[in-house]
Ligand binder design. Structure first.
Ligand SMILES: NC(=O)c1ccc[n+]([C@@H]2O[C@H](COP(=O)([O-])OP(=O)(O)OC[C@H]3O[C@@H](n4cnc5c(N)ncnc54)[C@H](O)[C@@H]3O)[C@@H](O)[C@H]2O)c1
Ligand SMILES: O=c1ccn([C@@H]2O[C@H](COP(=O)(O)OP(=O)(O)O[C@H]3O[C@H](CO)[C@@H](O)[C@H](O)[C@H]3O)[C@@H](O)[C@H]2O)c(=O)[nH]1
Length: 466
């Protein structure tokens, strides 16, 4: 079966980049990305590519090449569904904030809305692809909605989880470690649908890296991959605390263990804590699933990864307070970085938010600089916590466009995101304009301790005892 038209529901961090690359590699397929958020669609259609709704290295060039050729962004969800042979569901699946499973389970209301709309509109057989990250067995719920509310047309459901990481999305999509496709391997129609998607990826991904499985394995593999990745970060962060007590250095420990080919060297950077929209949400979802099957030991095991992460963020802010003579009340603390990692404007679950909230509770004044995160976003993130009024947040925290201004007169600088540009700042100049003693709390192990200490800074790093 040859796919000629694709619709992708959800123009976010996954839908936008993923469809841009499919469009680039498959010029014979017309792709329409749709979203209910009209301003997001307008931003994807903006002539000024620097105003695309998400910042991803190299993405602007790809969008420039394919937009208007075979990639289109629209708010007309019904029309795009109707025209498509294959529909990707790429909408958000956040943690539930209400009812049963609140704070743990994935909220599938957006997924269900998509399924109902597909069922309502579709007049011909369609392949529906789960691109969003979903609890294992969601495909059966989607199938049930489609079959029971549809117009009698046939639907095949595939699971095709996305493994891209933000900041490297384009390269991850161009050269994925693997593409995973789960489908109904027990029927001919299921096999045909699987092969239709395999054929799309085969335009640029070597066949041996395209893995096909049953639907449940595919859905669960996505949650498993994120759980393992996050577990590595929590494991190295747990060791960082032992390093600080014992005089061991976490970078040396990471290097030493990473040279064991069974462990591997990637994803072993101790930090102020993992952020991003996926790790916490997906682990909590896994914990919820395990509990719902009565697998309490399994649930406790994975939950500890999130508990450890909360602890890492809290102990980072606690260390700032205790080092600054047990009070930060009225003191200016500069945050370099607000995004959850470098090379993205995404701030979802960023460690910076929690650290800021803790320090504001201690009446610190915070000044933030991030090269890609707009001022309004910083305030929205803080207001969302509902810890204090929006006007209090605005009076206690300022957002600067200039990093040197942000650092002026501050008592301490805290590195929250590992943006490369921070490494080449004029640190001597920054030191001169700070209160003394001038402290740096490096939550990313980014800066050069020796050089900064030579200038006169008191420098604290995660995982290094002083
Ligand atoms: N962000 C990542 O790096 C990443 C990577 C892999 C997988 N995922 C998974 O992919 C999914 C999407 O993540 P994201 O970061 O792109 O989310 P996002 O919030 O950036 O984008 C989702 C979009 O879907 C739209 N939407 C919601 N309901 C809709 C509906 N009924 N009709 C039309 N549009 C609708 C929203 O308006 C939003 O723009 C999630 O399940 C996530 O776990 C994310
Ligand atoms: O050694 C490390 C590696 C990562 N992090 C932090 O962990 C978080 C997540 O980083 P990363 O995984 O690189 O970015 P994400 O975009 O969240 O990507 C993860 O989540 C996506 C959404 O499911 C998956 O598709 C990706 O495979 C998975 O890496 C960030 O705060 C990083 O700073 C560390 O602290 N130390």
């Amino acid at each position: 079966m040859k796919i000629k038209t694709i619709c992708c529901i959800g123009a976010g961090y996954v839908g936008g980049p993923t469809m841009s690359i499919i469009a680039q590699k498959c010029p014979h397929i017309k792709i329409t990305v749709v979203d209910v958020n009209a301003s997001r669609i307008a931003a994807w259609n903006d002539n000024n590519l620097n105003r695309l709704p998400i910042f991803e290295p190299e993405l602007n060039d790809v969008v420039k090449e394919v937009r208007g050729r075979n990639l289109f962004f629209s708010t007309d969800v019904g029309k795009a569904i109707d025209e498509a042979d294959m529909i990707f569901i790429s909408v958000n699946t956040p943690t539930k904030t209400y009812g049963k499973g609140k704070g743990m389970a994935a909220d599938l209301k957006y997924i269900e809305l998509c399924a109902r709309q597909i069922a309502k509109v579709a007049k011909q057989n369609k392949i529906v692809v789960e691109k969003s990250t979903l609890p294992v067995r969601t495909a059966s719920a989607i199938k049930s909605i489609l079959d029971n509310t549809g117009n009698g047309v046939q639907f095949q459901i595939l699971s095709n989880p996305e493994f891209l990481a933000e900041g490297t999305a384009v390269q991850n999509l161009l050269k994925p470690d693997r593409v995973l496709i789960g489908g109904d391997t027990s029927t001919n129609e299921g096999e045909v649908a699987i092969q239709a998607l395999v054929e799309i990826y085969s335009n640029w991904v070597p066949k041996k890296q395209i893995l096909t499985t049953n639907v449940w394995s595919s859905e669960l593999s996505k949650l498993t991959a994120n759980a393992f990745l996050a577990q590595r970060v929590s494991s190295i962060n747990a060791m960082s605390e032992i390093c600080e007590k014992t005089g061991a250095d976490i970078k040396e420990v990471s290097k030493a263990i990473g040279m064991d080919s069974r462990i591997g060297s990637k994803f072993l950077n101790a930090s102020v804590g993992f952020g991003g929209s996926c790790f916490q949400k997906d682990i909590l979802n896994l914990v919820y699933i395990a509990r719902s099957y009565g697998l309490n030991e399994v649930a406790d095991y994975w939950e500890q990864v999130v508990i450890m992460n909360e602890h890492q963020k809290n102990r980072f802010s606690d260390n700032i307070v205790s080092t600054l003579y047990n009070t930060v009340s009225g003191k200016k603390i500069t945050f370099l970085g607000w995004a959850f990692k470098k090379d993205t404007n995404d701030t979802r679950e960023s460690a910076a938010i929690k650290v800021a909230d803790n320090l504001l509770n201690e009446q610190a004044r915070i000044s933030v600089y991030d090269p890609k995160v707009p001022k309004e976003k910083v305030y929205t993130d803080l207001d969302y916590l509902n810890t204090r009024s929006s006007s209090e947040n605005k009076s206690l925290l300022t957002v600067n466009k200039d990093p040197y201004e942000a650092c002026k007169n501050s008592h301490a600088i805290s590195i929250l995101t590992e943006w490369d540009e921070f490494k080449s700042y004029d640190w001597e100049g920054i030191y001169k304009n700070m209160q003394k003693p001038a402290f740096i709390f490096d939550g990313r192990g980014l800066l050069n301790k020796g050089e900064l200490e030579k200038i006169g800074f008191i420098y604290y790093n995660i995982g290094t005892g002083n």
